[in-house]
Design a protein around this ligand. Structure first.
Ligand SMILES: NC(=O)c1ccc[n+]([C@@H]2O[C@H](COP(=O)([O-])OP(=O)(O)OC[C@H]3O[C@@H](n4cnc5c(N)ncnc54)[C@H](OP(=O)(O)O)[C@@H]3O)[C@@H](O)[C@H]2O)c1
Length: 246
């Protein structure tokens, strides 16, 4: 974790300036879907604008759904993104699901283009970004995924937003069965109970992650830039459960 005390995180996660207007990108996906559910249930969230290329199939009085096909050009989102308080960005793809060039475009270019338009429309928005374990902002990693997530992270941290939260989960456990993106994920899912016991700091549940991304974004936790590794995300999740149990 960069520059913060873990104990600070759990204690300061309520909307400090009244109910927030939140944008979720990628709510048709696994993590984005949980973020959406928690945001709609959260009284600290006044409105949710979901942006994606497909319909999410959810209606709710707090929800506005915006369909946008080409994230290489987010200019049409200028108005939708104005006067927003926070963003949870879960749009992403997997190694092997698309060509390496498309992996770069979706992982890095789309994020950077979205942040450019968001910053023009809501320069004070807080930004929670779904990155991944091993992301390398130096661009030296031999793994394409790590380089592209690192490129996106670097651009977000330099974009000028007052609060940027980079989430770097290791293995995200899909709480509900889904079509896994590749064979390694099928295997990981099968061995999850043992894997979790052996490597507790290398796993996070998809629902816990989605909720933490919302909580942090609307809570505007200090300091302004946080890189949250898997163990840091677990601390947030645990401190929230302790708080609820009291
Ligand atoms: N699973 C893990 O263990 C793990 C670990 C670390 C990091 N991650 C990262 O976490 C991120 C999200 O994971 P997830 O499992 O929630 O993904 P997911 O279920 O596949 O959802 C991905 C989301 O991104 C959208 N999307 C993908 N390609 C798009 C495109 N070309 N244009 C517009 N929207 C696009 C999808 O929209 P559609 O529904 O329209 O396709 C969907 O909303 C990924 O970047 C992944 O690499 C995963």
């Amino acid at each position: 974790m960069t520059t913060t005390n873990q104990a600070d995180l759990g204690s300061s996660m309520s909307a400090p300036n009244g109910p927030r207007r939140l944008v979720i990108v990628g709510a048709t996906g696994m993590v984005g879907g949980y973020a959406l559910r928690f945001a709609l249930d959260n009284s600290a969230v006044k409105s949710v604008t979901s942006i994606g290329r497909k319909k999410i199939g959810v209606t709710h009085p707090k929800l506005e759904e915006v369909l946008h096909q080409d994230f290489a050009d987010c200019s049409p989102l200028v108005d939708v993104l104005s006067a927003q308080d926070a963003v949870v960005y879960c749009l992403g793809t997997y190694t092997g699901s698309v060509s390496e060039e498309q992996l770069r475009v979706v992982t890095a270019d789309y994020t950077i283009e979205f942040a450019r338009v968001l910053h023009g429309s809501s320069p004070n928005a807080a930004f929670s970004f779904l990155s991944g374990n091993g992301a390398d902002p130096t661009g030296r990693s031999r793994l394409a995924f790590a380089r592209y997530k690192g490129q996106a992270e670097k651009a977000l941290l330099e974009a000028g937003f007052p609060h940027v939260y980079i989430f770097r989960p290791a293995y995200i456990y899909p709480v509900e069965p889904r079509k896994e993106p590749n064979l390694s994920y099928q295997l990981l899912r099968a061995v999850y109970p043992v894997f979790r016991m052996l490597f507790p700091n290398q796993v996070i549940r998809a629902d816990d992650l989605g909720r933490a991304m919302v909580d942090i974004a609307i809570g505007e936790v200090e300091p302004r830039a946080l890189v949250l590794e898997n163990r840091d995300i677990s601390v947030i999740v645990e401190s929230r459960s302790r708080y609820i149990a009291i």
